[in-house]
Design a protein around this ligand. Sequence first.
Ligand code: UD1
Length: 338
Amino acid sequence: MILVTGATGYIGSHTVVELISHGYSVVALDDLSTSRASTIDAIESITGVKVPFEKIDLKDKAALLKIVGKYPIDGVIHFAAHMAVGESVLNPLKYYENNLCGLLNLFHFMDQSGCKNLIFSSSCTVYGEVNKVPVTEDFPTQRPPSPYGNTKKIAEEIIEDLAATNKLKSICLRYFNPIGAHPSGLLGENPDNMNNLMPLLLKVASGKMESLKVFGNDYKTRDGSCVRDYIHVMDLATAHVKAYQRLAAKESAVAVEKFNLGSGNGFTVLEMIHAFEKVNGIKINYKIEDRRPGDAAEIFSDSKLAAEKLKWKTERSLEDMLSSAWNREKTYRQNELR
Ligand code: UD1
């Protein structure tokens, strides 16, 4: 059985669905601070499986340790973390406390459960400011531009230290920019929590916001706006299943592996807007604004290592990402109106 923390969150919920469709049994854990318990029902509607759910805040070590032995846990996929970059700058303590204390408590849980296998949800932000693309896993990690990013970098370092004592085997997955949603429209990120491009673009599309700010059009890129590597969340979810299979089959000679998860293609902000308009037939109002501090001009992945070792590659197109995201937004807004 696999424990998925942050299971009602955006990437967590999609991964639970993928795990179930690959025959795994899952126990879902979340503190519901930024997600909803109804996601468990949505997972049941999609898969036909009622997943056991534990509402636990990982900072509450006693509550977490209380469930040691309750389920036969073979591995953990750890998503539970705060992830709003801007908020982390304003309130770093909240981020260090939640993302790192939660992880430390999880290690105690794993130790007491006799479980060594951990898939860790990391981010390409661990590479800090990159001045070369595509990004390969052997790029040095550097101080990320935000406390949120720094919690990911520090967490990877803690994982390395624990793995060196044979207490842990881990795969850290460094995501590029996940977008899109399950085709049912029943799962997705809470668009009201986020300051990332896609949730804001969806807000403009649904009339909740007048226009989208495009942060800079004077970068040295195709059209002057920033380039990012967008990846469909369902492709990302599949990568977690493949990573878990690799970990459980002890295929790696080393205790910790790190993989980039991206499509290997970059799109500019303006290309994203125009592709969204074309795919969904909706006009997006936008305004060019000043650059956003901390933004790199261009970042995209080299995901060859994941292709080779995880036998994984992205399968869904940009069109799939943009249409499924819009489908999800419509479902979300309809439910909100009810
Ligand atoms: C950000 C984080 C990254 C985190 C990821 C989570 C930073 C520096 N990086 O990545 O650590 O893992 O989110 O998903 O914050 N944009 C606009 N207008 C908007 C919003 C965004 O033009 O209103 C542009 C940005 O300038 C950027 C691109 O869209 O070029 C993507 O931005 P965003 O979705 O926020 O992701 P990242 O900044 O790449």
